[in-house]
Ligand binder design. Structure first.
Ligand code: EPZ
Length: 418
């Protein structure tokens, strides 16, 4: 693949910022919002709660504060997306109560929310789980000292949302440091919150009584950018990936250089070229700024093309190897031992019909299909649309052959929300 690609706004920043819109008492304008299925689902949830939304363009939306219609969420929407759990923190902050079905999401193994609930209790909320519903209630949220047992992006987001409106000071220790957390903190502060330390493992939050409006641009998607960086090395391309924040992809840049790819970093773009053979390398996933678990499936695809044996250790999710069986159908030589995958690289993948099990596995199988000899058909490809905007157009513009097998019927397109 050769050419230039512009990544969309960050899915995971947008999915954290949209629930925070519930706190605003004045108009909120968001730009660089990715037009992906998960965002459309979140918009439907907000509309269902009574938020007035005006779409100003494909990636720009205005939100008008309104009386909320309630504090309970529809199971049909919530079970599609784990990020719906963020509405627990936002509704607690806004209404002092929330009823949210226990969140679903990608099948990456157990997705507990014990840290979220432990934090809400520390802020004075009562919590019970019955009939698959998480019911939270707090006469008044009071600041507290919370030490997360696990570095959790979701728990950090949820507890920032609740603590922002709690009375007094909250200290969140062992917090996640992902750029999406920083983007949420910047958005909340633009609305009048007082949050310091986002991006470090100690976040201090002084609760406030009222939130104004804000104008905010969502940060670029570092996982989409990393996807294209790894895809360029995997297919032997020369790719310029635009309007990114290179610092957010430092772990990927370092790993690609270690594997022999050439990576040039400029202030807002990264260029990846593959000149010679790829070298085997070991990859260990860790919370930011470590190598992101969301790019582990893509790193695995790349390593099948590297000379020699590589080992991937997945330290974040215990079930995040479901793409391995699919890659084996394409001739990859991979052996799973607990949380590690041993890849014997150097072979050539062969096209095959494969099944997409989750969002990032789908992106990995798409790239594997571009590397393979012959045709690859991805079934359940809709997983990919959850997190990648205009994915076919982006890859096709770079010379890749990626086509939806069937055009979505007009009814399907019409049924899409907002
Ligand atoms: C967020 O998921 C992202 N999703 C994931 O991206 C990402 O893979 C993950 O963070 C890690 O970076 C969104 O931002 C919407 P965690 P989240 O809580 O919040 C354990 C994608 O493809 N844990 O940081 O669910 C958990 O089991 C998605 O864009 C607890 O034990 O991840 C996991 O092992 C996939 N108890 C680890 O922490 C809890 O209460 C990290 O999970 C919460 C989490």
């Amino acid at each position: 693949m050769t050419g230039r690609v512009k990544v969309s706004g960050s899915k995971n920043a947008a999915l954290a910022i949209l629930p925070a819109v519930l706190l605003a008492s004045e108009k909120v304008s968001l730009s660089n919002v990715p037009d992906i299925t998960d965002v459309r689902t979140m918009l439907r949830i907000l509309e269902g709660l009574g938020v007035t939304i005006r779409r100003r363009g494909r990636n720009a939306l205005d939100f008008y504060p309104s009386r909320l219609r309630g504090h309970a969420l529809p199971y049909s929407l919530v079970q599609k997306m784990r990020a719906s759990s963020y509405l627990m923190g936002a509704l607690l902050a806004r209404l002092g109560r929330a009823t949210v079905p226990v969140p679903g999401g990608c099948d990456l193994g157990p997705r507990p929310i014990d840290q979220h609930l432990k934090g809400f209790a520390a802020l004075g909320a009562r919590c019970e789980i019955e009939h698959g519903l998480v019911k939270l209630e707090a006469e008044k949220l009071r600041g507290g000292h919370i030490y997360l047992d696990v570095v959790s992006v979701g728990a950090t987001v949820n507890l920032m949302l609740a603590a922002a409106a709690a009375e007094g000071r909250t200290v969140l220790e062992n917090a996640a440091k992902e750029p999406e957390i920083v983007d949420l903190a910047n958005f909340l502060n633009a609305m009048g919150a007082v949050i310091k330390g986002a991006g470090t493992d100690v976040i201090k939050i002084e609760g406030v009584k009222r939130f104004g409006g804000a104008v905010h641009a969502v940060i670029p998607d570092r996982i989409e950018a990393g996807t294209f960086m790894l895809a360029a090395a995997a297919t032997g391309g020369d790719l310029v990936i635009g309007e990114v924040i290179p610092k957010h992809m430092e772990a990927v840049t370092a790993k690609l250089r270690e594997m022999g790819a050439e990576v040039e970093v400029a202030p807002e773009q990264i260029r990846v070229r593959r000149k010679g053979p790829l070298l085997s390398s070991d990859v260990k996933t860790f919370p930011y700024p470590g190598f992101p678990t969301d790019l582990q499936p893509l790193a695995m695809v790349l390593l099948t093309a590297a000379e020699g044996t590589s080992v991937i250790t997945e330290n974040i999710f215990e079930g995040r190897f479901r793409h391995v069986d699919e890659l084996k159908k394409m001739g990859a030589q991979i052996k799973i031992e607990g949380r590690t995958a041993v890849i014997n690289g150097g072979g050539t993948l062969s096209g095959a019909p494969v099944t997409v099990t989750d969002l990032r596995a789908g992106a990995a199988l798409l790239v594997a299909g571009l590397m393979a000899k012959g045709e690859t058909i991805l079934s359940q490809a809709e997983h990919i649309y959850r997190g990648y905007e205009k994915i076919e157009e982006k890859f096709s513009s770079l010379g890749a052959y990626v086509k939806p097998l069937r055009e979505r019927s007009s009814e399907e397109v019409a049924r899409e929300p907002l």
